[in-house]
Ligand binder design. Structure first.
Ligand code: NAP
Length: 297
């Protein structure tokens, strides 16, 4: 029997220098050979994909896969679409999108919340919901059956992000479960926390979005609070960066490192699954399912 092909991962990054983080995770996930390309755009990606899909035939194609990353999620989404547009019939390789860690981070946050509370029919508030991580958190929360309040300091930005999330959800019963909300001060924050069963803070690094008083005055109906910001000060005052399912009164808290372990497991497992066949396309919904399988054990 022929030896299985070496696992080759094409790391296509929108940044000039491909992410070392993504490279290390790829090696830890068992990739034999990593080809790293920076500054990739939808216009420049075709020859890179052709090189990957036309070299190995038949079953050996599953030994080659593509990872799309980089800090610019919108450009990375275009690259992902352009990559899949190169494929035809069985001539294809598996592809994963995790620019800015958006899918793996959001999946870890949503699944951490779901471990504590069935999200179906609950309300999830997403602060900093206009960023790449927040948008994915909103999308995945909706996929879990939650009503989602996607918050921004600016209502029109929240509306734009909700439109983008709804477009990605497509013709689905959960599409209209995502709604925009403006939170630009203590009154708006109090009102939002009053409506939420879960709040996930996805604001920019080093920015506090929930102050201690607002958190303390949130009603007992707020059951889970998750802060994804690892850079001091915390995004949610009083939540420690390493908190992992820490019970405080009626609420359970997670900090960024507290969800980080699950995020890393999801990232590694998704990379491994790329090499199971040559036709996997891993974006938000698929990566959420991979995470769910890990959590379900
Ligand atoms: N734990 C992990 O593994 C992991 C991985 C990736 C990212 N992260 C963290 O996840 C968080 C979200 O990442 P991201 O890249 O999506 O964030 P981002 O794009 O930098 O920011 C998200 C949103 O935060 C709001 N914001 C920005 N500056 C603000 C300020 N000064 N005051 C109040 N709000 C402000 C903005 O929303 P509006 O302007 O619309 O209000 C922005 O769209 C970050 O803290 C990041 O470090 C964690």
């Amino acid at each position: 029997m022929a030896a299985p092909p070496k696992k080759i991962l094409l790391q296509l990054d929108t940044d000039a220098d491909p992410s070392t983080f993504d490279g290390v995770v790829a090696v830890d996930a068992g990739v034999d050979q990593l080809f790293r390309h920076g500054g990739v755009t939808a216009k420049t990606v075709t020859p890179l994909v052709h090189g990957a899909m036309f070299t190995r035939g038949g079953d050996d194609l599953r030994g080659t896969a593509i990872f799309v990353g980089g800090g610019d999620v919108a450009t990375a989404e275009q690259v992902f679409t352009a990559v899949t547009g190169c494929f035809f019939g069985p001539v294809r390789v598996s592809v994963m999108l995790d620019a800015n860690g958006c899918n793996t981070t959001a999946a870890a946050a949503v699944l951490s919340a779901a471990k504590q509370l069935d999200l179906d029919g609950k309300t999830v508030g997403v602060l900093g919901g206009t960023g790449p991580v927040g948008r994915r958190v909103a999308e995945m929360s909706a996929l879990r059956g939650a009503s989602v309040l996607l918050a921004s300091r600016d209502f029109s930005r929240a509306e734009q992000s909700v439109a983008a999330v709804r477009q990605r959800l497509g013709e689905s019963p959960v599409t209209m479960a995502v709604e925009p909300i403006a939170v630009d001060g203590p009154a708006g924050l109090t009102e939002m926390l009053r409506r939420c069963d879960v709040v996930i803070s996805c604001g920019a690094a080093g920015v506090e979005l929930i102050d201690a008083d607002s958190l303390a005055s949130a009603p007992d109906s707020l059951r889970v609070a998750i802060d994804l910001n690892a850079v001091p000060p915390a995004g949610i005052a009083g939540i420690g960066v390493t908190d992992k399912a820490v019970q405080r009164g009626s609420r359970i808290d997670y900090g960024a490192i507290g969800v980080g372990g699950l995020k890393m497991k999801i990232h590694r497992q998704a990379l491994k699954e790329l090499f199971d066949s040559n036709d996997r396309l891993l974006d938000a919904a698929e990566i959420l399912e991979i995470g769910q399988a890990i959590v379900s054990g």
